[in-house]
Design a protein around this ligand. Structure first.
Ligand code: NDP
Ligand code: 8X3
Length: 259
């Protein structure tokens, strides 16, 4: 059955891969993010590939900064009627900013991470969940991280935000239980997206080094898992899914081949 799926942070990485996958599986996808040019390019591409389902376009795009609570509320409230009954919310937008020991960290980076990774999930969930409750069903997927299961050197605030995602996911699951709403966390390890470029403030060399000597996860791997958890029967909910590259054993243990 075709679902309406809202993805935050659909302009790159996991979010973009999930948008492509869900649209290819016959779902209707709401793309969101801050970079308007990328949103529009992906919207056009997916519409060209998949056209319409039962008279409705397969894709809709909204400019939305998850840190802006009133902007999020306005954007969700202003969705066209045929896009309002969101079945699946993927809280994917997030970032790491900086990679320093706590004493050298930049408080502006801390604010960006806390506001995006934690408060962003709260803002979007709050705006979407009332509709799910009214419809007595839905599915919220939070993209956590192995950084929400462990801490590692220089990961401090990013790890704290992803531990918050882990806790919030479990709390949502409990609070939304009476409403028939599934809540799932997908917690990936090292994946090559724009994540490290953002973390290192645009330093592509430092970012590339993170994925040297082993095969990291790719956006398509996370899209596969997101598709899997949404395709299960109504009585089955995956609560938590930790996934790493085969070469990764923990946040700090990666089997690399040199050369
Ligand atoms: P990318 O940098 O490739 O994608 C991040 C996405 O988040 C972009 O689409 C970006 O869009 C969006 N985003 C960032 N800030 C905001 C904001 N304020 N409002 C709306 N959208 C925002 O990285 P990934 O795909 O890797 O990251 C996706 C999620 O996966 C994040 O939550 C990250 O923490 C998590 N993760 C990543 C891992 C990895 O190794 N790559 C591993 C584990 C988890 P735009 O800039 O257009 O707004
Ligand atoms: C991103 C993966 O290992 O850099 O969440 O924290 S890691």
């Amino acid at each position: 059955m075709s679902k309406i799926i809202l993805i935050t942070g659909a302009t790159s990485g996991f979010g973009e891969a999930m948008a492509r996958r869900f649209a290819a599986e016959g779902h209707r996808v709401i793309l969101s993010g801050r970079r308007r040019d990328r949103l529009e390019a992906l919207r056009r591409e997916l519409e060209g590939l998949h056209g319409t389902i039962a008279g409705n376009t397969v894709v809709h795009a909204v400019h939305m900064d998850v840190r802006d609570r009133s902007g999020v509320e306005r954007t969700i409230a202003a969705l066209p009627p045929e896009w309002q009954a969101i079945d699946v919310l993927v809280n994917n937008a997030g970032l790491a900013a900086g990679f320093d020991p706590i004493q050298d960290g930049d408080p502006d980076d801390w604010d960006r991470m806390l506001d995006t990774n934690v408060k962003g999930i709260l803002h979007v969930t709050r705006a979407v969940v009332q509709g799910m409750i009214a419809r007595n069903g839905g599915h919220i997927i939070n993209i956590g991280s192995v950084a929400g299961k462990e801490v590692y050197p220089k990961g401090n605030v990013y790890c704290a935000t992803k531990h918050a995602v882990d806790a919030l996911t479990r709390a949502l699951r409990i609070d939304l239980l009476p409403h028939g709403i599934k809540v799932t966390q997908i917690a990936p390890g090292l994946a090559e997206t724009e994540f490290s470029i953002v973390r290192f403030h645009g330093d592509a060399q430092k970012a590339e080094a993170v994925y040297k000597g082993f095969e990291p996860l790719h956006g398509e791997d996370i899209a596969e898992l997101a598709h899997y958890v949404t395709a299960l029967p109504p009585h089955v909910c995956v609560n938590d899914l930790v996934v790493m590259p085969t070469a990764q054993g923990s946040s700090v243990l990666v089997e690399r081949v040199s050369g």
